[in-house]
Design a protein around this ligand. Structure first.
Ligand code: GTP
Ligand code: MG
Length: 173
């Protein structure tokens, strides 16, 4: 029996292999509903394992900026440079395991910057504590995507945030 995640993946593949038109519309709808049910089941199963602690950082200053990016792209290095904070830096993934705040002064404004654990593919489904990372990012006023200059692709980050309901560069509905 495939795991719930594998079943979801399989359904998503089916959808992407099906051309969308009037004839396939209902079929795709059913597949999507199935995915939603599986995701819900997955969530329930995970939450029954006991609550996981979220990342709570009190907002401070005039605005809060969250640094979101893959592991090891230099988020903590950037935070430390901008704010003088002392977030741990390491040449391995998931050096940062918590949200680490710092404050930067700019034109008399105090800008709170939040360093976070790296975001990975499937974070919106909880991988790598992705849900907690995304929840912390959602609370910020600005999300700053940080990328490796040799791999500046933000589509995965964008998709994970989108799947979690975060719409970048759009005003609130
Ligand atoms: N060449 C180069 N290396 C960098 C730069 N910024 C950070 N590094 C190095 O990249 C590695 C990862 O840096 P971190 O700041 O820990 O990266 P992070 O995004 O916070 O990583 P996680 O907390 O694991 O998600 C460290 O070895 C840093 O010294 C940069 O601008 N250029
Ligand atoms: Mg870090």
């Amino acid at each position: 029996m495939a795991t719930i995640e594998e079943q979801i993946k399989e359904l998503e593949e089916q959808i992407s292999n099906t051309k969308y038109n009037k004839a396939t519309e209902a079929h795709i709808g059913k597949l999507k509903a199935k995915i939603a049910r599986l995701q819900e089941e997955d969530e329930k199963r995970k939450s029954s394992k006991g609550p996981t602690k979220g990342f709570y950082v009190k907002k401070a200053g005039n605005a809060t900026v969250a640094l979101v990016g893959f592991p090891s792209v230099g988020k903590s290095t950037l935070l430390n440079q901008l704010t003088g904070a002392k977030s741990e830096i390491g040449a391995y993934h998931f050096t940062t395991l918590d949200v680490v705040p710092g404050v930067m002064e700019y034109n008399h404004a105090k800008i709170q910057i939040l360093d976070m654990p790296g975001l990975i593919k499937d974070a919106s489904r909880g991988k790598g504590r992705g849900r907690e990372v995304i929840a912390a990012a959602r609370a910020a006023d600005v999300i700053l995507l940080v990328v490796d200059v040799y791999n500046p692709d933000i589509s995965v980050l964008f998709k994970e945030l989108w799947d979690a309901g975060i719409r970048l560069n759009q005003s609130k509905p």
